[in-house]
Design a protein around this ligand. Structure first.
Ligand code: ZN
Ligand code: ZN
Ligand code: FE
Length: 753
């Protein structure tokens, strides 16, 4: 019988995810000899045996790999057979590590069955896990990924746990967070002062929820604030205490079946909900859904829903229709993740605390996703996804891309890997900025990256830009919308020139104005601005963004003059008159071409929002009002300048919308006409510029594309017209994906491998 011997080097996320026991099992099933070990490269393995068995092993290797693993590459080499008879797991090889850290993994189905099995020794144990599931990224203090370098180092395994941990055939072989009720973390339930309350913590917590109380619950990457999502008073109290007025609250529902009662669910959305990441998925509400508290998501016809992802969640959610599970913080502050902070910072919000003694090493918010235009889209990329690397066309130099000011995430690269951090948040919050700097250092240290180039935004006031300037390293300034554009090109590995429709809230432009309604042509190396929305002065600068009525006055003044803009009909706040003065004298009225602002203008004209509490609020409301039976549209003027970017003049759109309001037209009609006018503009530009530049590829990026109606419509219409349409999927369309784009620009400029 002919024997063969192969050596394999498997790279990717293959450590800490049950890979060696998996190989061991596979080799046994195929009667193969050899060995497997963890090495700095990933996993190395030798198989020796019958040719047919080797082939079967290789065929099964990737197909049946553990759910939590992610194989990048398998390098196979044939070697002369040595006559090995047995298969063994050998000790790890040490050396400079290039392996990856697994994101946190949702509870697996095996552990879930054990959790609810009265015969199992971990029956109802809130910290059950195995190599296929459990905490990773949020408990890892350093590499190699071994128990002493995790926050589980405080717990000594009991005899039974140790036996599982050391048994190569066991599902818990080298499961670093392995624990049980006898040796692992435990729950406690405390009052606001931190004093333990007598009784079984989980029962007490459930009781409190039943009584309409608000709980702080310690999770994987931070604390949640939880309350009964059916209890209107509890939800409103939570809003008041959290100072968060309109932004939707995420909810957790115990099962898919429960979700189906409330939301429409496609097979793809189901997959998103149930995968090992367990993100929040923004789902369309069913018209016939049972009642939930009205205050959950007042502006939106979608609900942010997730399934339980830790054993504690499973135990807590059991028996409820839905629980509010929102990040524990005051508005705009980072999620709380340290025990010392939780009582002092949250005693004004939470009535009681469900805590445990497994420390969280690093913060990670829940990820938020949506299924749109036939693709999953990341709204916030964090727990479950970070720090899984994204592919990038590699660069000789290691890069740090510092990201944006808002919705920050940063990115480091090594070769073809771009490691995008978890969602960091708003850098103008002092605590967030401290965490930002700490996390950058930590990432560089863990992933052994020594940045040689720092890529940053051009905005002089971004704290990320200032951080980059203080680094002392060579800087590459990347224009905001070029970075958005490049983030799409990098995701789809597009090297050739492409047309870009980059629409967002605002970003610093090459002329010092605030861009954000940009039509560009180019690649990762460079771009040309082909067209942009007509500039709109923003009276009061930043204040105008929080108060869309200021923008509406400005737009109406430009389009129709002073009398029209200040007519009593509009009911503007009293300061409206000052606005006009500022506009005439051009005092504190920076100019913007941002598409996001145009949404604000139309929403304010419709009387929807004079004031907004979170970014995109007016736009979301406008999108929700769309009456899809309306097929008419307004239209933009396109002013073709020679030798200069074209101007996309929105004034006819604003005029027509204002006339519709004066004619008492329904908001649903105006919202539909407005959205359709943008879709038509996109198609027109693509056809025109596509022909001129001989391109059939269009990239969509920027926060405005989180508008599902618009993304879907434009994707469909451009595809139908023969264009290949690309929009972000693995990184956020908004500023959360900016760092990845900055890295892609730097990688291109500093030479491929
Ligand atoms: Zn498990
Ligand atoms: Zn134990
Ligand atoms: Fe942006």
């Amino acid at each position: 019988m002919l024997s063969k011997r192969f050596s394999l080097i498997i790279t990717g996320i293959v450590q800490g995810v049950g890979f060696r026991p998996y190989i061991y099992k596979l080799a046994h099933e195929e009667y193969l000899a050899g060995w497997v070990l963890n090495s700095p490269a990933g996993v190395e393995c030798i198989i020796e045996g019958e040719e047919k068995a080797c082939a079967a092993f290789l065929a099964r290797l990737k197909a049946e790999a553990p759910a939590a693993s992610c194989i990048n590459e398998i390098a196979i080499k044939e070697e002369p057979p040595l006559g090995d008879r047995s298969f063994a797991i050998l000790p790890s090889k040490s050396g400079p590590r290039r392996t990856l850290i697994s994101p946190d993994l949702a509870l697996c189905s095996d552990c879930q069955s054990e959790l609810f099995d009265p015969q199992n020794r971990r029956y109802r144990y809130p910290f059950i896990n195995c190599t296929n599931c459990g905490p990773r990224f949020t408990i890892i203090e350093g590499l190699p990924y071994d128990r002493p370098l995790t926050t589980m180092k405080h717990f000594t395994m009991c005899k039974d746990c140790r036996a599982e941990y050391e048994d190569a055939t066991n599902r818990r072989f080298h499961a670093q967070p392995n624990a049980c009720a006898n040796c692992g973390p435990v729950l406690r339930f405390t009052d606001k002062a931190g004093g333990n309350l007598p009784g079984e913590p989980l029962q007490l917590a459930k009781q409190a929820l039943e009584n309409g109380k608000i709980l702080a619950v310690k999770g994987l990457g931070g604390y949640h604030l939880a309350c009964d999502a059916l209890n209107e008073t509890a939800v409103n109290t939570l809003r008041e205490r959290k100072l968060r007025w309109h932004k939707p609250f995420a909810i957790m529902m115990p099962t898919l079946k429960q979700i189906l009662l409330y939301c429409e669910l496609s097979p793809e959305e189901e997959q998103l909900l149930c995968g090992s990441c367990h993100p929040i998925v923004l789902l369309k509400r069913r018209k016939d859904a049972p009642i939930l508290a009205a205050g959950l998501a007042p502006d939106s016809d979608r609900l942010g829903v997730m399934l339980p992802y830790t054993p504690l969640h499973h135990l807590l959610c059991d028996g409820w229709a839905a629980l509010v599970m929102t990040s524990a913080n005051y508005s705009d502050e980072p999620i709380v993740y340290e025990d010392t902070e939780v009582l002092s910072r949250l005693s004004g919000i939470a009535d009681a605390f469900l805590l445990h003694n497994r420390p969280i090493f690093r913060r990670a918010d829940d990820s938020v996703t949506i299924w749109a235009a036939k693709t999953p889209r990341m709204i916030r990329r964090s727990r479950g996804y970070a720090p899984q690397p994204l592919y990038i066309l590699g660069c000789q130099k290691q890069i740090l891309a510092v990201g944006s000011q808002e919705k920050n995430a940063f990115c480091i690269t090594r070769n073809t890997e771009a490691i995008l951090s978890q969602h960091i948040g708003e850098l103008d919050d002092a605590a967030t900025y401290i965490q930002y700097r700490k996390e950058i250092e930590h990432f560089c240290d863990m992933f052994k990256v020594q940045p040689e180039i720092v890529a940053c935004d051009m905005h002089p006031d971004y704290l990320s830009t200032r951080y980059a300037q203080q680094s002392g390293l060579p800087l590459l300034y990347v224009q905001h919308h070029h970075a958005h554009f490049a983030s799409v090109l990098a995701e789809y590995q597009l090297e050739e020139p492409v047309l870009g429709l980059i629409f967002d809230g605002s970003g610093y432009g090459l002329d010092g104005k605030l861009w954000g309604g940009e039509v560009i042509y180019g690649d990762c190396a460079s771009f040309k601005r082909l067209a942009h929305l007509t500039y709109l002065p923003l009276p009061g600068a930043k204040a105008a963004i929080h108060e869309p009525w200021r923008q509406a006055i400005s737009a109406l003044y430009m389009a129709e003059g002073e009398d029209f803009a200040t007519a009593a009909h509009w009911n503007w706040p009293i300061e409206g008159r000052h606005m006009l003065k500022a506009l005439k004298n051009k005092v504190n009225t920076p100019q913007t071409s941002a598409m996001g602002r145009l949404f604000d203008v139309i929403a304010a004209i419709c009387g929807l929002y004079h004031q907004v509490n979170y970014e995109g609020q007016a736009a979301i409301a406008l999108e929700n009002h769309i009456d899809d039976s309306v097929k008419s549209a307004y239209s933009f003027d396109i002013i073709e300048h020679i030798g200069q970017p074209w101007e996309l003049d929105w004034q006819p759109v604003v005029k027509a919308a204002a006339q519709d309001i004066l004619a008492n037209e329904h908001i649903g009609v105006i919202a539909a006409r407005f959205h359709r006018s943008i879709a038509q503009l996109c198609l027109h530009l693509a056809l025109h510029l596509g022909a001129l530049y001989e391109i059939d590829k269009v990239a969509l990026s920027g926060g405005c594309w989180q508008n599902i109606w618009l993304l879907t419509k434009v994707s469909e219409e451009l595809s139908a017209a023969g264009f290949k349409v690309y929009a972000n999927s693995a990184v956020p369309l908004g500023d959360g994906g900016l760092a990845y784009g900055q890295a892609a620009v730097a990688a291109k400029k500093y030479g491929r491998i």
